[in-house]
Design a protein around this ligand. Structure first.
Ligand code: ADP
Ligand code: MG
Length: 614
C-alpha cells in the first residue's frame, strides 16, 4: 500500500470510530449534528473540496459532485448517519479501486521488469558500469551470470543458458554460444558472456517493448469509448431526474423530506464509476495477461478485433515454417558447386531474408563482402548484386525471366534458388524449410475456435506452397505472390468476410509490412521479424510460435466476456435500485450497495482478465 492509500485508510478507520460513537451517544440538536459533522469532515473533506474545485472549473456532474450533493442533502434533511456512511463507503470503494489499479499496474510492470539498469563495459582496462543508453553499436559488453542482458547483440565469447521467460513466456532456458544473436531483457543464467552490441538502447528489443506496453492504453476499444460517452450523458440525466423527483411530487403530495430522501438515493445510485473504472481495467488486465505469455498487444481495440477473428491469413516463410532452410542439393550449370554457392552467398551478404541467412551458412567460409559493389534487394523475387564486376542474380523463376536468363526445372522437392551471372544461367540450389512444430496444431485449434477461413499467402513456388498448405490443413493457398500481390489478395479477402468478422494477418515481417497494416489486425513474429514489422504490427508474438494465436483469441474473448458481464450487471443493478428508490422502496443502504458494492464486484471481476489459465 502506498502512503497516500494508507492515509485514506487511517481516515476511514478514525471516521468509522467517530460515527459509531455518535450513533451510540445520547445527543440532541446541535450537538448531535456536530458529532456527525466531525467524522464527515474527516472522511469526506477531499471529496467536497474536489467537487467545489471542479464546479469552479466548469466541470459539474462528476462523481465527487454526486457524492457531495447526496451527503450534504442527507444532512439537510436530518439524516446525519446516512450522510456520513455514504461518504465512508464511497471512500472505501475508491480505496479499493486504487489498490486494484495499482496491483494490475504493478503486475504488468513486473512482467515488464525487463528494463536493464546498467551495462558492464571495459574502459581503460577496467570493467565499469554505465547506463545502457551510453553504449554505442559495436562495443563489447560483459554480462555476468544472473544479470539481465542490457542490449541486443551477438555473443563473441562464452556459453550460457538464457532465461527468456519475461520476453516470451517460454519457461525452458535457451542455450547460447558464440555467434548467437541475443536480445536484451533475457537473463544470463550461468556463464560469463561477452556480447558485441548491434543496436543502440533506443532501438533495442527492451526499449521497443516498453514503449509498446506503455502506449497500449491510448488505443481504446469500442467499449471503452462507449463508456466514456455514456457517462457524459447518463450522469446529468440522472441528476436532473433526481431534482425533479425531489421537487415536483411534494408540491402536490407534500412530505418534502421523504421525496428529497428518494432523490438522494437516486443520486447515490447514479454514479457510473463501476463502469468507468472496470471496463478499462479489464482491457488492461487482458493485455497484461497476454504479455505474460509473450503476446504483446498494442491496444484494447486490437484485443476486441481479435475476439471477432473470422479470416486468418498466414505468410508462409518464417511464420508457419521455421524460416531456417537447409541446402538439400546444388545443381551447377556451366559452373562448379563451390563457385555457385559462393556467388549466391556473396550476393546475399547484406540481406536479412531467411533464404539469405541459410545460403551464407551453407557456404561456410568467411566471405569478403568488399567484392560486392552494388546490391539491390527485389522483394518477392531475390537479389541482384555486382560481384567482381559481374552482375549476379539470385532468386526465383520470376527474377530469371526478368534477367532474360533461362531457368531449369528440378525433380527435387523444395524451394529453388536460381543463380545467373551476367544474364547466363549458372544453376540452382535446392533448399527446404521445416514447418514449425506447432503449426498444424494451430490451424486445427483455430478451427475449433470457430475461425471460418484460414489462408496462406506465399511468394514461394506453387508446388512448395500447396504442399505445405495441404499438410497443415489450411483451406486456401495463393502462391508466387509479390508483396503487392499479397496486399491485393488481402483486399479481396476483406471484401469476402462478413461485416462483423475481422481479418487477421500473421507474418514474419520480412517484406510484409504493407499487409500487416492493411489488415484489421496485423500479427508479427517478434524474434525473427524486423523492426519495421514490429512497428507496423498490432500484435507481436515474442517467441514466433503460431500457437500463441489461438491463445490470444481466447484471452481476447474472455476479456470481452468480462466487460459485457460488468456492463450488464452494473447497469442492471442500478436500474433496479433507481426504480425502487423512486417508488420509495429502497433505502440509503441499498443505494450504497448499488454504487460501492457494484463497483467492488466489477473490479474483482475485471481482475480475472489478468489471470490466464493454462
Ligand atoms: P514468403 O511469402 O513465403 O514469406 P517472400 O515473399 O519473402 O516469401 O519471398 C518469395 C520468394 O522470393 C521466395 O520464395 C524466393 O524464391 C524469392 N526470394 C525473396 N527474397 C530472396 C532472397 N533474398 N534470395 C533468394 N530468393 C529470394
Ligand atoms: Mg515472408
Amino acid at each position: 500500500m502506498k502512503s497516500k492509500e494508507k492515509r485514506v485508510l487511517i481516515r476511514i478507520i478514525i471516521a468509522a470510530v467517530f460515527v459509531a460513537a455518535a450513533m451510540l451517544a445520547p445527543l440532541e440538536g446541535v450537538w448531535r449534528l456536530l458529532a456527525f459533522l466531525v467524522p464527515y469532515a474527516i472522511v469526506g473533506w477531499d471529496v467536497l473540496w474536489r467537487a467545489l474545485r471542479n464546479i469552479l472549473h466548469g466541470q459539474v456532474f462528476d462523481e465527487n459532485f454526486l457524492m457531495a450533493l447526496a451527503t450534504v442533502g442527507a444532512f439537510c434533511i436530518g439524516e446525519y448517519p446516512e450522510g456520513v456512511l455514504v461518504m465512508l463507503l464511497y471512500q472505501i470503494g475508491e480505496l479499493f479501486q486504487d489498490l486494484a489499479v495499482d496491483r494490475s499496474r504493478r503486475s504488468i510492470a513486473s512482467l515488464m521488469d525487463i528494463r536493464p539498469d546498467w551495462a558492464n563495459i571495459e574502459r581503460e582496462g577496467k570493467l565499469v558500469q554505465v547506463s545502457p543508453e551510453e553504449v554505442a553499436v559495436g562495443e563489447i559488453i560483459t554480462v555476468k551470470a544472473g544479470e539481465r542482458i542490457p542490449l541486443d547483440g551477438v555473443i563473441t565469447e562464452g556459453t550460457s543458458s538464457l532465461d527468456t521467460a519475461a520476453l516470451t513466456g517460454e519457461s525452458l532456458p535457451r542455450a547460447v554460444a558464440p555467434g548467437d544473436e541475443v536480445i536484451s531483457g533475457c537473463v544470463n543464467e550461468s556463464g560469463l558472456l561477452r556480447i558485441r552490441v548491434t543496436s543502440e538502447y533506443g532501438e533495442s528489443t527492451v526499449a521497443r517493448i516498453l514503449e509498446l506496453v506503455e502506449n497500449s492504453s491510448s488505443r481504446k476499444a469500442r467499449y471503452e469509448n462507449f463508456i466514456t460517452r455514456f457517462a457524459r450523458w447518463y450522469t446529468p440525466i440522472v441528476v436532473i431526474a433526481a431534482v425533479i423527483l425531489g421537487l415536483v411530487p411534494p408540491l402536490f403530495l407534500g412530505n418534502w423530506s421523504e421525496w428529497i430522501n428518494r432523490a438522494l438515493i437516486f443520486l447515490v445510485v447514479s454514479c457510473p464509476c463501476a463502469l468507468v473504472i472496470s471496463v478499462p481495467l479489464s482491457f488492461f488486465g487482458g493485455i497484461g495477461g497476454a504479455s505474460r505469455k509473450g503476446i504483446l498487444i498494442k491496444g484494447g481495440n486490437y484485443l476486441e478485433a481479435l475476439a471477432h477473428a473470422e479470416t486468418i491469413v498466414f505468410d508462409k516463410t518464417g511464420t508457419l515454417t521455421r524460416g531456417v532452410f537447409h541446402v538439400t542439393a546444388v545443381h551447377p550449370r556451366n559452373s562448379t558447386t563451390e563457385t555457385l554457392l559462393e556467388a549466391a552467398a556473396l550476393a546475399e551478404s547484406y540481406s536479412d531474408h531467411p533464404i539469405a541467412r541459410s545460403l551464407r551458412e551453407a557456404c561456410g567460409q568467411e566471405l569478403d563482402s568488399s567484392r560486392v559493389t552494388k546490391v539491390e534487394e527485389l522483394s518477392g523475387r531475390g537479389i541482384r548484386a555486382v560481384i567482381d564486376g559481374k552482375t549476379v542474380c539470385v532468386g526465383n523463376q520470376k527474377l530469371m525471366a526478368e534477367e532474360g536468363s533461362e531457368c531449369h526445372k528440378c525433380h527435387r522437392v523444395g524451394t529453388l534458388v536460381h543463380v545467373s551471372i551476367n544474364g547466363q544461367y549458372a544453376g540452382h540450389i535446392v533448399i527446404s524449410d521445416e514447418v514449425k512444430q506447432d503449426a498444424a496444431g494451430t490451424i486445427s485449434s483455430l478451427k475449433e475456435l470457430g475461425v471460418k477461413k484460414t489462408v496462406m499467402l506465399t511468394g514461394d513456388a506453387k508446388e512448395v506452397g500447396e504442399d505445405t498448405a495441404r499438410r497443415l490443413g489450411l483451406e486456401e493457398v495463393y502462391t508466387e505472390l509479390l508483396p503487392a500481390g499479397k496486399v491485393d489478395q488481402v483486399e479481396e479477402l476483406l471484401k469476402q468476410k462478413s461485416e462483423k468478422g475481422r481479418l487477421v494477418f500473421v507474418g514474419d515481417g520480412i517484406n510484409d509490412a504493407p499487409v500487416l497494416s492493411r489488415s484489421d489486425v496485423g500479427i508479427a513474429m517478434g524474434a525473427m521479424g524486423s523492426a519495421a514489422a514490429i512497428e507496423a504490427a498490432d500484435i507481436v508474438l515474442m517467441d514466433d510460435k503460431p500457437s500463441k494465436i489461438p491463445l490470444a483469441i481466447r484471452i481476447a474473448r474472455k476479456t470481452l466476456r468480462i466487460v459485457r458481464q460488468n456492463i450488464v450487471f452494473a447497469l442492471g443493478v442500478k436500474a433496479i435500485v433507481l426504480v425502487l428508490g423512486a417508488l420509495g422502496l429502497a433505502n440509503m443502504w441499498l443505494a450504497v450497495f448499488a454504487d460501492v458494492g457494484v463497483l467492488v464486484i466489477a473490479i474483482l471481476n475485471a481482475m480475472r482478465a489478468l489471470r490466464i489459465e493454462k
